[in-house]
Design a binder for this molecule. Structure first.
Ligand code: HEC
Length: 169
């Protein structure tokens, strides 16, 4: 093919290919979420956060054998620093995601049974801690790299005495 014929052919193919790519792309992309879809997503997220808050305050008996709940030492998820994970945790001797630290605290200070790391309960625990830290910059790193505790303002407290759940059974 002569150079100028080649140029003409390429000049035709390139735009056609571009239009094709564009068409493919818009076929793959989805429509923006509707307000109703976004509201449903937020509801699902907040339900997970709520469930996490309940677990954090002692509603799952298998997570403790000594009556302690996360909220005793981490009210409103204070000092759980989810934004610093994954990080090097000295007592485990390696870099861990927060779910491993959550299980460490269930097993060691609470003498309870670890949660399945792939369970909805674990996701809820993470959702609660992370939600309470929204707006805090992500800063993963070392065990010593901890931010100051979050301000405790709205702790829902512990289940009422005699409610049949949690640390006060
Ligand atoms: C008796 C007090 C106590 C209880 C109860 C407790 N923790 Fe902890 N938690 C600690 C201490 C102490 C540390 C610091 C351990 C370390 O860094 O070696 C810690 C660390 C953590 C960290 C890591 C914080 C960081 O920046 O490294 C997370 C996350 C955490 N706890 C979550 C929980 C969760 C979730 C529960 C409930 C299942 C819980 N803790 C229950 C005392 C407690």
């Amino acid at each position: 093919m002569k150079a100028n014929t080649k140029n003409v052919v390429m000049g035709l193919i390139a735009p056609i290919a571009l239009i094709g790519l564009f068409a493919l792309n818009s076929a793959l992309a989805r429509e923006p979420f509707t307000k109703a879809e976004l509201a449903a997503q937020e509801k699902a997220l907040l339900a997970a956060v709520d469930h996490g808050r309940d677990l954090w305050h002692g509603t799952k008996p298998s997570m403790t054998t000594n009556g302690l709940a996360c909220g005793n030492c981490h009210p409103d998820a204070a000092a759980s620093n989810p934004q610093t994970f994954p990080k090097y945790q000295a007592n485990l001797g390696k870099v861990i995601p927060i779910r491993d630290m959550i299980n460490w605290c269930i097993i060691v200070p609470q003498g309870g049974q670890a949660l399945d790391v792939n369970s909805d309960d674990m996701t809820a625990m993470e959702a609660y801690a992370t939600y309470m830290h929204r707006g805090v910059a992500i800063d993963p790193g070392l065990a010593t790299k901890q931010t100051s505790a979050v301000v405790v303002k709205s702790g829902p407290g512990f289940p009422k005495k005699g409610s049949g759940v949690g640390y006060d059974q």
